[in-house]
Design a protein around this ligand. Structure first.
Ligand code: ZN
Length: 346
């Protein structure tokens, strides 16, 4: 479906559907009880993950299929819609709502996927399209913010009200949680720490700017920079970290630069927003102490005015986005955060 047809669909919808999802959901009576399940989906550049999650966190009907972005954004949208319908059909009347997390820039208030470089879509009114197809309320969210929500209720950020969820993978993403609430900014762009310029004369970023954090410290950038210096295109970021600690001078210089860049960006975040913790996930977080120890030291050195926030490892791995999508659907149905702490965390 192209964007114009999608926009026509939105325009033809009834008043209920033109209101924001959360306000419409807030008016739903809770007389139905918390039976049934929500559809939870996490759309990534390589895979679409989906599941049905009941109010106690029991997960069924887990699906994982390739995004197949090479077929173009319209085909990806169609795969998302088809996967959601498939999940709904397993529940029938028991499908209460759906939470769908997508990458890139997402305006969750408007329900629009603004853009995503790894999928190539622009201005897709995905919430309206999903509600049209599913016939139930839908929460459209950002994958990083969904992950941050799940880490807050179920994972490494449990107990924190003010934290930043930093995801370091092929790219670098982030989610700001302020006073216990996810913050998306005016139009869904908040938290994009990967595009904070930390080296004004640094390498070119895919966003067009120079010296962005992502162009220096993402797993993709670390592997690329190492390949450029050494001519070894096969080394992953994980291998570069390993070699850095094994005495490879090129790997050591690239890794030190990445850690310093991360510390610079996190120091700026800390000075501005004074978080209690920085929760770090994504593939590179699996480096463990090799990342956390030098990053904590560098961050402490840069923060002369105040103590550094705790650095905490994320706990939910690549399940965070899907769990967060399900949690956001239950929250929108009026279930409290307390009821959604499925692992009994305080
Ligand atoms: Zn950038």
């Amino acid at each position: 479906m192209d964007n114009r047809r999608a926009a026509q669909l939105v325009a033809s919808r009834c008043a209920f559907r033109t209101r924001s999802c959360s306000s419409a959901l807030g008016e739903l009576p809770r007389l139905m009880g918390e039976t049934g399940s929500v559809i939870a989906m996490d759309v990534g550049g390589s895979a679409i993950k989906g599941a049905l999650i009941d109010v106690h966190g029991r997960t069924t009907a887990v699906v994982r299929r390739p995004t197949e972005r090479v077929q173009g954004p319209d085909a990806v949208v169609e795969r998302i819609l088809a996967t959601a319908v498939e999940l709904r059909d397993q529940l029938g009347e028991g499908a209460r709502a759906a939470g769908v997390a997508v990458p890139g820039f997402v305006d969750q208030i408007a329900g629009v996927a603004r853009s995503a470089s790894n999928i190539g879509w622009h201005e897709v009114p995905l919430r309206a399209m999903l509600e049209e197809r599913l016939g139930i309320p839908v929460v459209l969210g950002h994958d990083g913010r969904a992950g941050g929500l799940a880490e807050g209720l179920l994972g490494g950020a449990r107990g924190f009200r003010d934290y930043f969820f930093l995801s370091i993978g092929t790219g670098i993403g982030g989610a700001m949680v302020l006073g216990g609430r996810s913050y998306q900014g005016r139009d869904g762009f908040a938290g994009e720490i990967g595009h904070v310029v930390v080296r004004p004369d640094g390498p070119r970023c895919r966003c067009g700017a120079r010296g962005c954090l992502e162009a220096i410290a993402s797993a993709g950038a670390i592997a690329d920079r190492y390949a450029t210096v050494t001519g070894d295109p096969a080394a992953t970021a994980e291998l570069v970290v390993e070699r850095a600690y094994a005495g490879d001078a090129d790997a050591e210089a690239i890794w030190r630069d990445a850690v310093e860049a991360l510390a610079a960006a996190l120091a700026a975040y800390t000075v501005l927003l004074a978080p209690e913790a920085i929760v770090i996930g994504g593939g590179l977080a699996l480096a463990g102490d090799a990342l956390f120890s030098p990053l904590a030291r560098s961050l402490a050195r840069k923060l002369t005015l105040r103590p550094a926030p705790q650095l905490v490892a994320a706990e939910l791995g690549d399940e965070a986005g899907c769990l967060g999508a399900g949690l956001s659907a239950w929250l929108a149905l009026g279930v409290s955060e307390h009821e959604l702490r499925w692992n009994g965390a305080a």
